[in-house]
Design a protein around this ligand. Structure first.
Ligand SMILES: [Zn+2]
Length: 286
């Protein structure tokens, strides 16, 4: 397992904001203690961003001329968001070129960033950029499945990928909850809303059914939006998964036996490092 991480991603912060640098820094430290190797990512290019986003969005992030209450303007956020998306690109390229799974441990997250609009702590949609770049540069990658188990619906990923036959997007998320979308499946986007309080047994039983659908789609590449806010003590959401549940999610995704990379999305509890460690350990199992 190769992990892409740069302390550059810690260099923006708003006091009291739940998407804090501490959560990712503590996770990096914990993964090192557990024997994972962390390597430096490269920023992605403007051209890479434009695979998933409009020129207007790119320019407004660069100029800081946007307003979103949850997703503030920070000095240099365009550079850090391009490094976070670049780490996702590095992760997918590593998994395709070296046959080894890879994980991007970076912030800002991405799955709420739509083609024309940022939001929900997300500026650029890292997983969408990485998938579209992999398909553009590698003719063998004709079909990609994106599995998103963050507790929030990935409305940005759905917006970018909707109607693309070569993509299958699966999101399991709590409803009702921000951003309020994902109540029904649409075209190539499969949405599984889950009631608040949903625990490991129910979650994993639904997940098993959905893994069969992912398998029958026949993807050449598996992309994972790995959010850990479905953990039962997470302050931002109300599902009731245990730390161990993320290990089981990782094992079941590994069982699909596809070239696989994952990208950190949400996860705001103090237990984020253990949740990520469990997930990656499960994902490494054959
Ligand atoms: Zn989330």
């Amino acid at each position: 397992m190769k992990i892409f991480y740069s302390p550059e991603c810690l260099k923006y912060e708003q006091p009291g904001h739940p998407e804090s640098p501490d959560r990712v820094e503590a996770t990096a430290q914990y993964l090192r203690w557990n024997g994972f190797e962390l390597g430096e990512p490269h920023p992605c290019s403007d051209q890479d961003v434009l695979l998933a986003h409009s020129a207007d969005l790119l320019e407004s992030v660069k100029a800081g001329t946007f307003f979103d209450f949850d997703t503030p303007v920070f000095q240099g956020i365009d550079r850090i968001a391009k490094l976070s998306a670049g780490a996702a690109v590095d992760a997918v390229m590593h998994c395709l070129n070296h046959g080894e799974k890879a994980f991007s441990l970076m912030r800002p997250p991405g799955h709420h960033a739509a083609r024309d609009r940022l939001g929900g702590f997300c500026y650029f949609n890292s997983i969408a950029i990485a998938c579209l770049k992999a398909m553009k540069e590698n003719a063998d990658i004709r079909k990609v499945a994106i599995v998103d188990f963050d507790c929030h619906h990935g409305n940005g990923t759905e917006d970018i990928m909707l109607g693309r036959k070569e993509i299958y997007y699966l999101s399991l998320h709590q409803s009702p909850l921000f951003p309020g979308t994902g109540l029904k499946s649409r075209d190539n986007c499969r949405n599984i809303p889950l009631l608040p309080g949903t625990g490991p047994d129910r979650f994993l039983s639904v997940f098993a059914d959905e893994m069969m659908a992912v398998e029958s789609f026949g993807p050449d590449l598996l992309a994972i939006s790995a959010g850990f806010d479905a953990f039962r003590l997470d302050p931002m959401a109300g599902l009731s998964l245990e730390i161990e549940t993320f290990g089981e999610i990782g094992r079941r995704l590994s069982a699909l036996n596809k070239p696989t990379f994952a990208v950190l999305e949400g996860g705001y509890s103090k237990n984020l490092p253990e949740c990520v460690n469990q997930f990656l350990t499960g994902l490494e199992e054959k």
